[in-house]
Write a protein that binds this ligand. Structure first.
Ligand code: GCB
Length: 611
């Protein structure tokens, strides 16, 4: 198990932070073995001194910002560096701890500070950090040069998995030709995707906080535990404040239960007139000894419960119906790079259409997005990057142990978000293969041990009778594309097939079901009546047919519907993808197709009926 916390960096009376976003120097290592950077130790000096560099924005994917086709489709190591000036007090004050944090970089990262390696990280969607203060104590005049090498190569042991195919046919392919194969349907954008920052804490600091919430009648309960580092004699004071800053409960000690009278629960928006209520939990650590120091960390806390029955998903004991979307972190130019204007636009669009929930298909999204969900009352199914597990080898031990570790990192990062109501451990794996049974049993058990308070699912497109993971999930999430990948053009089969799908799964498992994907590719502006595939009318008809079955099942055991997809998004090039996947109800530029208006009408109607 992971041995330290990964709290979101926040400023406080005891903590400072400095974002290192902006332009970095950049070079892709295009040497034949992609290894020149390591052979020549590019991290030992400024990157610009080891060869030509270009400007690269951070955060952003590197793929779409230049006119260089070889960079767009590059596989291998890319190198970033920049220098930063540290406030002298961060270096000279023995009582300060200095941490370098990368929000995410895809996929494998190595980080050096002034030529010394400080951290490596395996995985493209979760944060990592390193304590770097000691590097400067010897010579406080040192500038701070940060070098990051990132490799986007996917193998059968990465998540998502991929395979490198070398083609050595010299009469048909140029020397050194290889392709990165993947079994997932989005572009393998890469680079430093989220903020890089430096932050400080005192030497004795709050390393992690975990809260679990409950309520009985009017009383809320916040069970908390705090882990502390850097001292053996600390006193803790934990104070829960309401929105107006009034203390509603407090406690001492590293764990305990805060009792909240007249509790204001965290509700999804549309379900309550005062949704998304957040308390603030201030953790104040005083380290003993002569020169006592204080660390203060404040965590937003939403008090709510989640339960699953054989037919319902309950939030605060009331049935919740997911009417929402599947998303991607994806946009023009930035690729998967974090971008506030895009995030705020997406939230405005989700609220415009009355979406009450989304799934983080197919990897963990930026923490800032989950914080927005907490504040706006949007419910999240938090999915790990377990997408495209199709090859029998990616069910092997090495893959499984990496997958377990990724779940540990994900739960560690996201456990305190009230908006996160369920974990998804995978999307459309080859769940009918024999090793899938042990794999998913182990993975789901581990996830439940990490977090016994949230249901766990994985998203399937397998046959109900042969799916080996379904017995272990709490909620069945089923994807289907009737009249698209099957019976293309035959809208008339949808209702019958969807009805059968629901009845089959429900009869076998007696578990609630979410239609976790359905949809149709649509080129905006293509029109046809009668509807044909790729026209706006066809997408609209697919939706209407699905919706009529949802309406028949929704008060029985179908507990949600998530459209595929919120917006068009980029994919690898292939004959079925015309500049990306076009199943968005919005274009990639976030303009509505006809289907967006159908969903808008429906979601607001559902909101009025069910919340
Ligand atoms: C799926 C996948 C999703 C694809 C979608 C499609 O089942 O889960 O990643 O993008 O279908 O459009 O084919």
């Amino acid at each position: 198990l992971l041995d330290s916390g990964m709290l979101f960096p926040r400023e406080s009376a005891s903590r400072e932070l400095k974002e290192l976003n902006g332009l970095w120097a950049f070079r892709a290592d295009k040497s034949p073995n992609r290894n020149r950077g390591f052979e020549e130790a590019w991290y030992k000096q400024r990157l610009a001194e080891t060869g030509p560099v270009i400007d690269m924005p951070v955060p952003a994917s590197f793929n779409d910002v230049t006119q260089d086709a070889t960079l767009r489709d590059f596989t291998g190591w890319v190198w970033y560096d920049r220098e930063v000036h540290l406030p002298p007090r961060w270096i000279t004050d023995e009582g300060t701890r200095l941490v370098l944090r990368v929000g995410s970089a895809h996929y494998y990262s190595v980080v050096w500070v002034n030529g010394e390696k400080v951290v490596e990280h395996n995985g493209g969607h979760l944060p990592f950090e390193a304590e770097i203060g000691s590097l400067f104590r010897k010579d406080p005049t040192n500038p701070c040069r940060i070098t990051v090498a990132v490799n986007n190569t996917l193998t059968l042991e990465t998540l998502p998995p991929g395979t490198i195919h070398y083609i050595r046919d010299r009469s048909r392919y140029p020397d050194g030709f290889f392709v990165q194969g993947t079994s997932f349907d989005f572009f393998n954008y890469a680079g430093i995707h989220r903020s890089v920052l430096l932050y400080t804490t005192p030497r004795a600091y709050v390393d992690d906080v975990t809260v679990v919430t409950d309520f009985v009648d009017n009383t809320g309960f916040v069970k908390y535990s705090v882990s502390v580092r850097g001292t053996t004699s600390a006193t803790l004071k934990v104070t829960l404040m309401d929105k107006d800053g009034h203390c509603v409960a407090s406690s001492n000690g590293s764990s305990g239960v805060l009792k909240v009278p007249d509790v204001k629960l965290w509700w999804p928006y549309l379900m309550h007139e005062n949704p998304a209520y957040l308390y603030s939990m201030e953790v104040r650590l005083t380290a003993g000894g002569g020169g006592s120091s204080e660390d203060v960390y404040t965590l937003p806390v939403g008090i709510r419960t989640v339960h699953v029955t054989t037919t319902q998903f309950l939030i605060n004991n009331k049935p919740f119906y997911f009417h929402g979307v599947n998303k991607h972190e994806d946009s023009d130019i930035r690729g998967k790079g974090f971008d506030w204007p895009l995030i705020v636009k997406d939230f405005n669009l989700m609220k415009w259409m009355g979406a009450n929930s989304f799934r983080t298909s197919h990897y963990p999204y930026a923490e800032e997005i989950l914080q927005m969900c907490d504040r706006h009352g949007i419910v999240v199914i938090d999915e790990c990057p377990g997408v495209g597990i199709k090859d029998i080898q990616s069910f092997g031990n090495a893959s499984l142990s990496h997958h377990l570790e990724v779940m540990e990192e994900l739960v560690r990062r996201d456990k305190n978000h009230p908006s996160v109501v369920m974990w998804s451990v995978a999307n459309e794996p080859a769940a009918e293969m024999p090793p899938a049974e042990f794999y998913f049993q182990t993975l789901i058990k581990h996830t439940k041990e990490l977090d016994p308070t949230r249901p766990v699912t994985y998203v399937t497109a397998s046959n109900f009778a042969r799916d080996k993971g379904a017995p272990f999930v709490d909620v069945l999430c089923v994807n289907s594309y009737f009249s698209w990948y099957h019976d293309p053009g035959h809208l008339e089969v949808i209702q019958l097939q969807l009805n059968t799908q629901f009845e089959d799964w429900h009869e076998k498992y007696q578990k609630p079901i979410i239609q976790s994907e359905y949809g149709a590719d649509t080129v905006p502006g293509f029109h046809s009546d009668p509807p044909v595939m790729f026209s706006e009318e066809y997408q609209s008809e697919v939706l209407r047919n699905y919706h009529s079955v949802f309406d028949q099942k929704r008060n029985k055991y179908v507990i949600g519907e998530l459209i595929w997809n919120f917006a068009d998004f980029m994919t690898a090039q292939g004959v079925t993808r015309v500049v990306g996947n076009k199943k968005g109800v919005f274009t990639r530029q976030r303009q509505p197709k006809a289907s967006a208006f159908i969903l808008k009408e429906r979601y607001w109607r559902l909101a009025n009926e069910t919340g």
